[in-house]
Design a protein around this ligand. Structure first.
Ligand code: PEP
Length: 395
């Protein structure tokens, strides 16, 4: 059914037959729809650029309908099922909803002034919506445990490692809701494992090779780490990519090897400064996620942590703004949803890393899609690292 430039005065008791699966109101550009609609079924229908201003919908089913660039100013909705409908760029000024099911409705970029729901005006509703929306995001966030991981890089001798962890232990002993990890140089692993035994601090390595064993002088295998009791391993850190020719292919192989050994990989992704300046951050990240997790199952990807580390922010003192961090972490989650499923995307811990410190951590980790951080410089000072961990407890 296609309606073009029609003026329809009354639709009543109707069921729109969608057996061809295709009532596309896109054709109704610049059309005037109808004056009164009663007991009609528009569930799942799409309304694009349609003028429905002043129209009245009563006892109708509009569940899951999609409204885009529609004029609904002054429209009235009574006792209708609008659950799960999405309104994008819709003019809802002065529209009134009475006794409708509005559960799960999504409202994006709409004009809402003067709109009422059961007599409540839009300013109250906007507040309610914002809080509700945040709650939804936060509920999902709360289901994931934040992970604050220190990346010590090439720092600390064994006595220094011992002293740092001894200082950290009592400061974070009461922390339960955040997973605390110290990723340390290979030479410090044994010391770190024995100093933290029986505490809430987990130990990680900073890399591993993808082969199980063999003629790879200077390398360490995932099995060697797992056998020691190491739980985490940082993979694809930008310093490894930059100085040691790591590629997405080797990161993918290392991730598979780490998972096979029972380690939890912290896989780092992030764009270079010029890539951000060229506006290709999303392309770069999408490519890295696709390649780094190539042929890794949904169950395995859930065991991984992803660290979004914009390369320009690592060790430079330049932090991404909390909004930039949230934007890319949310984008990573959306990529996981595309490649795997919504459930997988919501289960994976996504950290931000890049000059996170005691001052900026609170704002960064408060973001809905930022589940903690990978911290370089600030993890070398027990007090600063503790402040970041405590910020994540509240985040
Ligand atoms: C890192 O090494 O992963 C890192 C984020 O470093 P820094 O916090 O020093 O920028």
């Amino acid at each position: 059914m296609t309606l073009n430039n029609e003026k329809i005065e009354l639709i009543t008791d109707c069921t729109i037959d969608r057996k061809d699966g295709n009532i596309e109101f896109a054709e109704m550009k610049n059309s005037r729809f109808c004056a009164v609609v009663s007991e009609c079924d528009f569930s799942g229908s799409e309304f694009h650029r349609t003028n429905l201003s002043g129209d009245y919908f009563e006892s109708s089913d509009m569940s899951g309908a999609y409204f885009e660039e529609v004029n609904l100013s002054g429209a009235g909705f009574e006792r209708s099922n609008i659950s799960g409908a999405a309104f994008t760029d819709v003019n809802l000024r002065g529209a009134a909803f009475e006794g409708c099911d509005l559960s799960g409705v999504e409202i994006t970029d709409c004009k809402l002034d003067g709109m009422t729901v059961n007599g409540y005006d839009s300013s109250e509703l906007i507040e309610f919506y914002k809080n509700n929306h945040k709650d939804n995001g936060n509920m999902k966030k709360n289901a994931r445990k934040a992970i604050i991981a220190g990346n010590w890089k090439m720092n600390k001798t064994r006595p220094e490692a011992k002293a740092l962890l001894e200082e950290l232990k009592p400061l974070v002993a009461d922390v339960k809701s955040v997973e605390i990890v110290a990723c340390v140089p290979f030479t410090n692993l044994e010391t770190a494992l024995s100093v933290t035994a029986g505490t809430n601090i987990k130990i990680g390595a900073e890399n591993c090779h993808f082969e199980k064993s063999g003629a790879f002088t200077g390398e360490i295998s995932a099995d060697m780490l797992a056998e020691m009791g190491v739980e985490y391993v940082v993979l694809g850190h930008s310093e490894r990519r930059q100085y040691f020719n790591e590629t997405d292919e080797t990161v993918n192989k290392r991730t598979k090897a780490a998972l096979a050994a029972g380690l939890k990989p912290i896989v780092c992704v992030g764009e270079l400064l010029w890539e951000r300046e060229c506006n290709i951050t999303e392309e770069v990240i999408a490519r890295q996620i696709k390649l780094d997790f190539f042929a890794i199952s949904a169950d395995d990807v859930k065991k991984c942590v992803i660290a979004y580390e914009p390369v320009w922010a690592i060790g430079t003192g330049k932090t991404a703004t909390a909004e930039q961090a949230e934007e890319v972490c949310a984008f990573i989650r959306a990529q996981l949803a595309k490649l795997y499923s919504e459930d997988v995307a919501e289960a994976v811990t996504i950290q931000y890393g890049g000059s996170m410190n005691a001052k900026n951590a609170e704002e960064l980790v408060s973001k809905t899609n930022v589940d903690g951080g990978l911290i370089g410089g600030a993890s070398l000072k027990a007090e600063d690292f503790t402040v970041i961990i405590k910020a994540a407890e509240n985040g």
